[in-house]
Design a binder for this molecule. Structure first.
Ligand code: BTN
Length: 277
């Protein structure tokens, strides 16, 4: 049924009818409005039964992005979802979670509307160098282990250019801007969850090679000239070289003697513009 914006509203039955998962999305909390789906997801009481639950909202009043940014979350047109994971205490691959979530988004986008979105390390989803979506992973811990992880997914789906505020319009885009037709967010979400559960299962089974290859194939950061921003405030120019076994980005420093390689574990990168002659 269409919502007030004329787009099909989130619907549990429609989502379930396209799911092929065992756990992801089987328990769905669909909220008309929430501060942040991640905040809500982390309050889910019982870690024993929360694995795979999804908190989904039509609107966020305090949506959050990485690096303390806000996430613009207008009503009824986009995807704001948090997938709850309850990793086993022995799980060692936490740094790959946001990467496989981004990978799942690109696959679901292709399956749903045929567009080839790409990834900017670690987990920005891009379309023609504009930002389409992002992932924010947050967790609660018990001793040295994660107890709950909320994998927050934000994707601009049915926004038109005029729906973006001035400060976002130039660097952001949505699926509908490219397809020129409304996207069914229920089917899209189901495809995201199907892909995400498959990659997560492979990760828990330590089958890293296919994950690594699939991520590299979608990652535009490799081979690109970058401005690297580390969380300690340090910035430098470099070229993206490789993705490490731990999901880190290996870069080759620019203008440095011997062009040393550095591994980036956290922080952000800016893709420098490709100059066409
Ligand atoms: C980023 O690119 O900075 C990450 C954006 C993540 C946004 C999503 S929307 C659903 C979830 N809830 C939030 O408050 N943030 C994430």
């Amino acid at each position: 049924m269409p919502n007030t914006s004329g787009f099909v509203a989130f619907n549990q039955n429609t989502i379930h009818s396209s799911l092929t998962t065992r756990a992801f999305g089987r328990k769905l909390y669909i909220l008309p409005e929430v501060t942040s789906t991640n905040t809500h997801a982390l309050t889910l009481a019982d870690p024993l039964s929360a694995h795979g639950s999804v908190v989904l909202a039509e609107q966020q009043t305090a949506g959050r992005g990485r690096l303390d940014r806000t996430w613009f979350s207008p009503p009824a047109m986009n995807l704001y979802a948090s997938v709850v994971l309850v990793p086993t205490p022995s799980f060692q691959r936490m740094s790959w979670i946001p990467l496989i979530a981004g990978l799942s988004l690109t696959e679901a986008i292709h399956q749903t509307c045929g567009l080839h979105a790409t990834l900017k390390w670690p987990n920005d989803v891009l379309l023609h160098d504009q930002k389409l979506g992002g992932i924010l992973c947050e967790g609660t811990s018990q001793g040295p282990h994660y107890q709950l992880v909320a994998v927050g997914i934000g994707l601009n789906v049915n926004m038109s250019e005029t729906d973006f505020p001035d400060d976002l319009r130039f660097h952001s885009t949505s699926l509908r801007i490219h397809t020129l037709t409304a996207i069914n967010r229920n089917t899209l979400l189901a495809h995201v969850l199907n892909a995400f559960e498959t990659w997560y299962t492979q990760l828990t089974e330590e089958r890293l090679d296919p994950i690594h290859s699939a991520y590299i194939a979608q990652c535009e950061t490799l081979g690109r000239e970058l401005l690297v921003h580390l969380s300690n405030g340090e910035e430098f120019f470099a070229t993206g070289q490789a993705i490490g076994e731990d999901g880190s980005l290996h870069v080759c420093l620019k203008n440095a003697p011997g062009a040393p390689i550095r591994s980036i574990h956290s922080g952000d990168v800016t893709h420098m513009k490709i100059m066409h002659s």
